[in-house]
Design a protein around this ligand. Structure first.
Ligand code: SF4
Length: 623
C-alpha cells in the first residue's frame, strides 16, 4: 500500500487559537477518489493534516509518504510550499500535488521556482486528483487526466481543460462517511472548535473580475442532493458543531430548496442545540425569500449575518468589474423589508476598485449606512486566477499593486498583492480612504456613534460626512484625545500600506476595548464636548442622545433592565423616522449581560458586529 497524506491547513484569525475549519476541500476530493477500486486497493490515507503546526512536528510523524497532496488558498500558500519542500527533501520519491483555488492557471515558471512540486491540479479537483492517483498505479494513462500540469524537468506540461463532475451525488460526504472522525477527535482533544463547511451547490453564474470563483468555467450551478445535506446537518447537530459556514456563492438563489435547507437547520438546532450559527454568502439577487430565510434564522438565533454584498455603489465601477447587483430601488426595498422585520443587513465593499474615486467611495458608504447597512470593507487583492490580475486589465484601469504581509500569516508568513493606487485614486488618496473607512466603520458598526450621527443629521442637518470628518480631524490634531493614538496608529499602517490591518476583526481589539471599556466614560465625555461645539447652539436633548447611544450597547456590567427618562421621543425620531415630539418619554433598555460562550467582551463584539447583536432591545414605555 502507498501512504498518502492530504493537507488543508485551516484559516486562522490572528489571536484566535480556538476556532478552526474542517478540511472540507481535501475531504471531499479524497471521498470521491476512494470510490475507485484501484485507489481503495493501493492507497492508505494516513492522515488529513488540518492545523498549522510547525513543519518539524509534521515531518517527524510522517510515515514514508508516497503521495503528499495539499490544497492552497490565500491563507496557506506559502506554508504549503515550505511544507511540501520539507517533505521532498526527506522523501525525494514522494509525489507532491498542489490543488485548490490558488493554483495559478497561467504561470509557466511555477515549476522552475518550485521544483519540488510535481503536479498542479487546476479548477475542480475531484476528477483530476483521482485520475492522478490512478495513473500512479497504472490504472490509466496520465496524459488522459484532465486539468493537471506536470513538472517535466522544470517545464510545465499541461493536459487538457479540467472536467467538472456532472453528478455531485457520486461524491460521498466526508462527514457522514466517517472520514472526519479523526479530525474531530484531534480537535476536541486540543480544545479546538471546528467550524463545519457545507456545500449545498457548486458554481456561480456571475463573473466579477476580482473573483476567482465565477467566470465561464464554473458558471453552471450544480446541486448536491437534499438528503446528503440533511444528513450532514444532522451530523453537525449530533457532534455538537457550533458554527456552520456554507460554501455556496449564492444561498437563497433556489427559493424552495434553500427554504427546505433552512427548515432542516432550524429543526436540527431545536433537536440538539447545534449547530448554533449558520453563516453563508447570500444570493447577489437578494429577494424577499432571502429576507424571510434570514428572519427565520434570526428568530432561531442562528444567523451570523445577512448580507447583500454590493462591492461598490458606483455604476462605472460595477461595469468595470462586471458586477451584477440589485438596482438602487431593489436595494432600498431589501433595506426597508429587513428593517421592518428586525433583520440587520450587512454589505461588503472593496476598497480600490477600478473607476472608484474618493467621492464615489464616501458617498456610497454613507448612503449604505443611512439605509442601515452594516459595512464590511475589504482591501482589493489580486487573486491569481481572477480576470483582474491580467496585466491588460491592470493597465486599463491603472492598478498599481504591492505585495504585503498577509493578515493570515501564522507559522510561515503569507503575502497578498493589494492595490495601492488606480488611475482615479493616487496613493495618498488611497491611504485617506482606508483611514476614513476604518474610522467610520469602527464607530458605526460597533455601536459607538451610530445613534448620535443620525440624530445630528436629522435634527441639525450635520451630515454624517461632516460629523466624521470633524471627528477624524479632532482626534488627529488633539494629542489628549482618547482616539488620538489609535488614529495615528492606523495612519501609520496606511503609510506602510499595511492594508491587511484594516480588516474589521482581531486588529480592532485594542481600540474597541479602549473606547468601549477602559476609557468608556472619558471617550463619550470627549465626544459630547466636541459634538456640542460642532452644533454651536444649545440642544437640551443632546445628553439623552448620548445616553441612548451608550445604553443600547451590551456591556458585561449591565445585566438588568435600564430605565432612561428623556424629554422627547428621541429613539422614534432617529430610528423610526417619526417627528420629534417634546414631552417626558421613558425608555427601557433590556440588558442581559454577555452570553457565556464568548470568552470576553471583545469576542462578543467581534462576533456580533455583522448583525448588530450588540444592540439591546429598546422599548418606549411612556410618553
Ligand atoms: S464575487 Fe461572488 S457573485 Fe461574483 S463571481 Fe465571485 S462568487 Fe460569483
Amino acid at each position: 500500500m502507498k501512504n498518502i497524506y492530504m493537507v488543508q491547513v485551516s484559516f486562522e484569525m490572528p489571536g484566535d487559537n480556538i476556532i478552526r475549519y474542517f478540511p472540507y476541500s481535501v475531504g471531499v476530493v479524497w471521498s470521491y477518489a476512494s470510490t475507485f477500486k484501484s485507489i481503495e486497493e493501493n492507497y492508505d490515507l494516513k492522515e488529513i493534516i488540518f492545523l498549522k503546526e510547525s513543519l518539524e512536528d509534521i515531518i517527524a510523524r510522517l510515515d514514508n509518504p508516497s503521495v503528499f497532496a495539499v490544497s492552497a488558498y490565500i491563507w496557506n500558500e506559502n506554508y504549503n510550499i515550505h511544507l511540501a519542500k520539507a517533505v521532498k527533501d526527506k522523501w525525494p520519491d514522494c509525489k507532491i500535488i498542489v490543488g485548490g483555488p490558488s493554483v495559478p492557471n497561467n504561470n509557466p515558471d511555477f515549476f522552475t521556482k518550485n521544483p519540488w512540486i510535481d503536479y498542479l491540479i487546476h479548477h475542480e479537483g475531484e476528477i483530476s486528483f483521482s485520475g492522478l492517483l490512478r495513473s500512479f498505479v497504472n490504472d490509466i494513462d496520465i496524459m488522459t487526466v484532465p486539468g493537471i500540469s506536470i513538472n517535466v524537468g522544470g517545464k510545465m506540461h499541461t493536459t487538457g481543460p479540467s472536467k467538472r463532475i456532472d453528478d455531485l451525488s457520486g461524491i460521498p460526504s466526508p462527514y457522514t462517511s466517517g472520514l472526519f472522525d479523526d479530525v474531530l477527535q484531534k480537535a476536541t482533544e486540543q480544545g479546538i472548535k471546528l467550524n463545519g463547511i457545507i456545500e449545498t451547490n457548486r458554481g456561480c453564474p456571475f463573473q466579477c473580475t476580482f473573483c476567482d470563483w465565477g467566470g465561464t468555467t464554473f458558471s453552471k450551478i450544480k446541486k448536491f442532493n437534499l438528503q446528503r445535506i440533511t444528513d450532514e446537518i444532522e451530523w453537525f447537530g449530533r457532534n455538537e458543531v457550533e458554527l456552520i459556514t456554507n460554501a455556496d456563492a449564492n444561498f437563497g438563489i433556489f427559493k424552495d430548496r434553500d427554504t427546505d435547507i433552512t427548515d432542516v437547520l432550524i429543526d436540527t438546532k431545536a433537536k440538539y442545540g447545534y449547530p448554533m450559527i449558520f453563516d453563508t454568502n447570500w444570493s447577489k439577487n437578494t429577494n424577499d425569500t432571502c429576507v424571510s430565510l434570514a428572519q427565520r434564522m434570526l428568530d432561531a438565533k442562528m444567523m451570523r449575518r445577512f448580507t447583500a454584498a454590493v462591492q461598490s455603489m458606483n455604476p462605472d465601477t460595477l461595469k468595470a468589474i462586471k458586477r451584477v447587483n440589485l438596482d438602487g430601488a431593489q436595494l432600498d426595498n431589501v433595506a426597508y423589508t429587513a428593517k421592518e422585520r428586525g433583520v440587520s443587513v450587512s454589505t461588503e465593499l472593496i476598497i480600490g476598485l477600478p473607476e472608484e474615486t474618493y467621492d464615489t467611495w464616501r458617498e456610497g458608504v454613507i448612503k449604505l449606512m443611512k439605509d442601515n447597512f452594516i459595512i464590511e470593507a475589504h482591501p482589493l487583492s489580486m487573486l491569481p486566477n481572477s480576470h483582474m490580475s491580467h496585466p491588460s486589465y491592470k493597465k486599463q484601469y491603472g492598478l498599481k499593486t504591492k505585495t504585503i504581509k498577509s493578515y493570515y500569516s501564522h507559522v510561515i508568513d503569507e503575502t497578498q498583492e493589494v492595490v495601492i493606487a488606480t488611475k482615479d485614486i493616487d496613493e495618498s488618496t488611497m491611504k485617506k480612504i482606508y483611514v476614513w473607512t476604518w474610522f467610520v466603520g469602527l464607530l458605526e458598526q460597533n455601536g459607538f456613534t451610530n445613534f448620535i450621527s443620525r440624530y445630528l443629521d436629522k435634527k441639525h442637518q450635520i451630515s454624517l460626512e461632516e460629523f466624521y470628518e470633524h471627528l477624524i480631524d479632532h482626534s488627529t490634531a488633539n494629542e489628549e484625545s482618547i482616539l488620538h493614538p489609535h488614529v495615528r496608529k492606523w495612519q501609520a499602517y496606511a503609510d506602510e500600506h499595511q492594508y491587511a490591518r484594516f480588516h474589521a476583526g482581531a486588529p480592532y481589539q485594542k481600540v474597541v476595548e479602549d473606547i468601549g471599556m477602559t476609557n468608556r466614560n472619558d471617550f463619550f465625555d470627549e465626544l459630547y464636548e466636541m459634538t456640542k461645539e460642532l452644533i454651536g447652539a444649545e440642544d437640551l436633548n443632546l445628553k439623552s442622545v448620548f445616553n441612548i447611544q451608550k445604553l443600547q450597547q451590551s456591556v458585561p456590567d449591565l445585566k438588568d433592565k435600564q430605565i432612561l427618562e428623556c424629554n422627547a421621543n428621541l429613539y422614534e425620531f432617529v430610528e423610526k423616522d417619526r417627528s420629534l415630539n417634546n414631552g417626558p418619554t421613558t425608555y427601557v433598555f433590556h440588558h442581559n449581560g454577555i452570553e457565556e460562550r464568548h470568552k470576553d467582551w471583545f469576542s462578543f463584539m467581534n462576533f456580533t458586529r455583522k448583525n448588530r447583536g450588540w444592540k439591546v432591545k429598546i422599548e418606549q414605555i411612556s410618553q
